[in-house]
Design a protein around this ligand. Structure first.
Ligand SMILES: NC(=O)c1ccc[n+]([C@@H]2O[C@H](COP(=O)([O-])OP(=O)(O)OC[C@H]3O[C@@H](n4cnc5c(N)ncnc54)[C@H](O)[C@@H]3O)[C@@H](O)[C@H]2O)c1
Length: 303
């Protein structure tokens, strides 16, 4: 199968990631079936896509006609058999549970043509955790998106049983939807960027949790030396401190890592105060006008 043979993409899960990936595929000319078990989610997703298309057209990222044509290529489904008919590639974005992912892929293995390539957008799992359940492990590859609105870097990651041709096809598909694929040679939880990001977060959290430096001073050091627009705690505010806390807590418990546990407890102290970051307007910083975005922050000047 060549990338030119991929015409129809089936998105499983129309939530935060699924609907955005669907629009990305549609805006690059692919026919998109958006499948979800929840009709309410699909209704919301289609309404969001209209707004997204409108925004893209107003920003000049595409013409009104292109935006409308992209929208017309996306069709919502709650019926799995209808959604699966003629699908060439699946992009799965259902919740982060290996048993659920295995079950959903098995369901679609029975419904999709044998040629269909299965991709998963899992953030923290690895495909080998549910490869055998999919019924076609050789055609399963991780195609992992970051924040679709912010970046076009994606990870392409095979598991030990993936056919290299499937990996190469997914790499070509990623390019066909305007992404820059980073192809991993082997499985790694966290892929490439997130592996570096989590170590960076851990170092920053440890400095603050161990009382070495205040979060704002950790950020000032990073921003000042790297000439970076934002530091680790500023980024954690964008991710959501509840999400950062949950992930830190999960790994602290799983690995029995006492430093990670101190870091998790430190992050929880923000969560307990309802300071979840940008989404609640308060986190390590206060928004919409955080200190780290003000002139003189690195120099330590107060306005
Ligand atoms: N949110 C992010 O920033 C982000 C980034 C990269 C990757 N991911 C990964 O993408 C996946 C989805 O995350 P999300 O944030 O979009 O989650 P979400 O909760 O917003 O969406 C998941 C959707 O899956 C649907 N769903 C549940 N069971 C289903 C089933 N059996 N069949 C079809 N649909 C089903 C739900 O109704 C929901 O709409 C996760 O694996 C996550 O790790 C998330």
């Amino acid at each position: 199968m060549r990338v030119e043979d991929i015409k129809k993409v089936l998105i499983l899960g129309a939530g935060t990631m699924g609907h955005q990936i669907g629009f990305l595929c549609a805006s690059h000319g692919f026919e998109v079936a958006l499948f979800d078990v929840d009709q309410g989610v699909l209704d919301k997703a289609m309404a969001r896509l209209e707004k997204l298309a409108d925004r893209m057209a107003r920003r000049g990222a595409m013409t009104q006609d292109q935006a409308r044509a992209a929208l017309a290529r996306v069709r919502p489904f709650t019926d799995p058999a209808e959604a699966a008919a003629g699908a060439d590639l699946i992009s799965e974005s259902v919740p982060e549970d290996p048993r659920l992912k295995g079950r959903v892929f098995a369901q679609f293995h029975a419904l999709c043509p044998p040629r269909t390539v299965f991709t998963t957008n899992t953030s923290t799992l690895v495909p080998s955790m549910f490869a055998s359940e999919t019924g076609r492990p050789e055609r399963l590859v991780a195609l992992h998106f970051h924040d679709v609105a912010l970046t076009n870097i994606v990870d392409v990651m095979p598991h030990p049983g993936t056919d290299p041709e499937a990996t190469a096809l997914v790499e070509r598909f990623a390019e066909a939807i305007g992404q820059i694929p980073i192809v991993l040679s082997r499985e790694n939880p966290g892929y490439v960027f997130n592996t570096m990001l989590s170590e960076w977060f851990k170092a920053a959290q440890s400095l603050a949790a161990n009382g070495v430096a205040e979060p704002r001073d950790v950020d000032r050091a990073w921003m000042g030396v790297m000439h970076a627009p934002v530091g680790p705690f500023g980024i954690m505010d964008t991710v959501g401190l509840d999400t950062v806390w949950k992930i830190t807590e999960f790994w602290a418990k799983k690995l029995g890592d006492p430093q990670a546990q101190r870091n998790a407890d430190f992050m929880k102290s923000y969560v307990d105060q309802g300071r979840l970051g940008v989404k609640t307007s308060h986190g390590v910083y206060d928004y919409p006008d955080p200190d780290w975005g003000k002139p003189g922050f690195v120099e330590g000047k107060k306005d």
